[in-house]
Design a binder for this molecule. Structure first.
Ligand SMILES: NC(=O)C1=CN([C@@H]2O[C@H](COP(=O)(O)OP(=O)(O)OC[C@H]3O[C@@H](n4cnc5c(N)ncnc54)[C@H](OP(=O)(O)O)[C@@H]3O)[C@@H](O)[C@H]2O)C=CC1
Ligand SMILES: Nc1nc2c(ncn2[C@@H]2O[C@H](COP(=O)(O)O)[C@@H](O)[C@H]2O)c(=O)[nH]1
Length: 327
């Protein structure tokens, strides 16, 4: 691998503006035959999304992926969403009971629009077998498979039938995989995204490591159709979990899906917990993301998201914050 870099090492180069107002710029994206307001999806983690947020996002034109950590609620969730004529987008694992769950959905003719296979090390026979199982029994569900970090993995999962692959092993804010195992795309997630996207023939979802709204535009530039975001969505009024007050400031918890807080035991722990400052309403953040991305599109010299995909860039190695890491 040459040219290894991450989000903070890159600046996109402006092209001549063709709009009179940023409001003319269109941030919508299409995935699995559905069009969404933003190329952004909140992480399918228990401190990021719950049923209420899923309904809100779906009703308001945003993509969502429900987490898989309350498996017994998934069937009712799909029914509830579809009875409101909203998309049903769920996550599954790869253990034996998940195979039965897919069969049960097929028997009941309950077809989620999106199914995400949510596994730490997605380049595995377990994920390939699950993709094939879903495609055999629920051929009309759009399958997102991950997570991976290499072109070989993207090709293999696509070949098995995945409709999109999710890229990112270890760049997450509450991830400790990189420290505990020595493996992953942490520190070079953007370069890994580019590497994977060049091999992909289907959409890629960039997952983890997004720290600023500008990182969304950079992900699109380097090949992402959609960007999965955890920490930037943590800590909102609507976010699951309790609000704490410390020294007059409000905080909320954000923990990893492979943390002991999620698992309830200290076994194969690859995630941690942190407290994030309370951020106000989720819609305010979504609106700010949209405005910032509209601005990115205008700097790219276009009117649509795709215009970002062809802009030039420079590698400025860790210098875009001018030494000031605080945003
Ligand atoms: N994106 C990322 O960088 C990471 C994300 N996560 C998140 O944490 C959650 C838990 O993930 P995960 O542990 O995969 O899910 P599960 O705990 O559901 O494990 C799924 C299955 O895969 C096996 N497995 C897990 N890791 C490996 C591995 N490295 N090699 C071989 N087999 C493995 C497990 O067995 P056994 O436990 O016995 O090994 C289990 O049978 C997910 O939500 C995932 O997205 C976790 C780490 C990294
Ligand atoms: N290594 C781990 N990665 C995890 C864990 N839980 C979630 N994740 C991944 O992080 C992203 C979110 O990243 P962020 O930088 O936006 O906060 C999420 O989508 C997962 O892919 C974990 O316990 N360990």
């Amino acid at each position: 691998m040459d040219n290894v870099f991450d989000y903070e090492d890159i600046q996109l180069i402006p092209a001549k503006c063709i709009v009179d107002s940023r409001s003319e710029c269109d941030t919508t994206v299409t995935l699995g035959g559905h069009t969404f307001k933003l190329p952004v999806v909140p992480a399918n983690m228990q401190t990021i999304i719950d049923e209420k947020i899923a309904v809100y996002l779906a009703e308001n034109g945003y993509f969502y992926i429900m987490h898989r950590f309350q498996p017994e609620t998934r069937e009712t969730f799909i029914r509830d969403m579809q009875s409101r004529e909203l998309i049903a987008s769920i996550s599954v694992g790869v253990k034996a009971e998940e195979y039965d769950f897919i069969l049960q959905l097929a028997e009941e003719n309950l077809v989620p629009e999106f199914i995400t296979i949510d596994i730490a090390h997605g380049h595995s026979n377990a994920v390939i077998a699950m993709i094939k199982h879903i495609k055999k029994h629920l051929p009309n569900s759009f399958v997102i498979a991950g997570n991976v970090g290499t072109p070989e993995a993207v090709r293999e999962l696509e070949h098995a039938g995945a409709d999109a692959t999710k890229v990112g092993i270890g760049p997450g804010k509450v991830c400790i995989t990189k420290i505990k195992t020595g493996f992953g795309t942490g520190g070079w997630q953007l370069a890994a995204l580019r590497w994977c996207a060049k091999a992909a023939s289907k959409p890629i979802i960039a997952d983890g490591g997004i720290r600023t709204h500008g990182d969304i535009a950079k992900s699109v530039r380097f090949g992402a159709t959609m960007v999965m975001v955890g920490s930037l969505f943590a800590g909102h009024e609507e976010s699951p979990g309790e609000t704490f007050e410390k020294d007059g400031k409000l905080y909320k918890e954000y923990f990893g899906s492979a943390s002991e807080f999620q698992k309830g035991e200290k076994k194969n722990v690859e995630g941690k917990k942190m407290y994030v400052e309370h951020k106000g309403s989720l819609q305010d953040t979504l609106t700010e993301m949209e405005q910032d991305l509209q601005s990115s599109i205008s700097y790219a010299g276009g009117k649509k998201l795709d215009s970002i995909r062809n802009v030039d860039y420079v590698i400025v190695k860790n210098s875009i914050f001018n030494g000031d890491k605080v945003y």
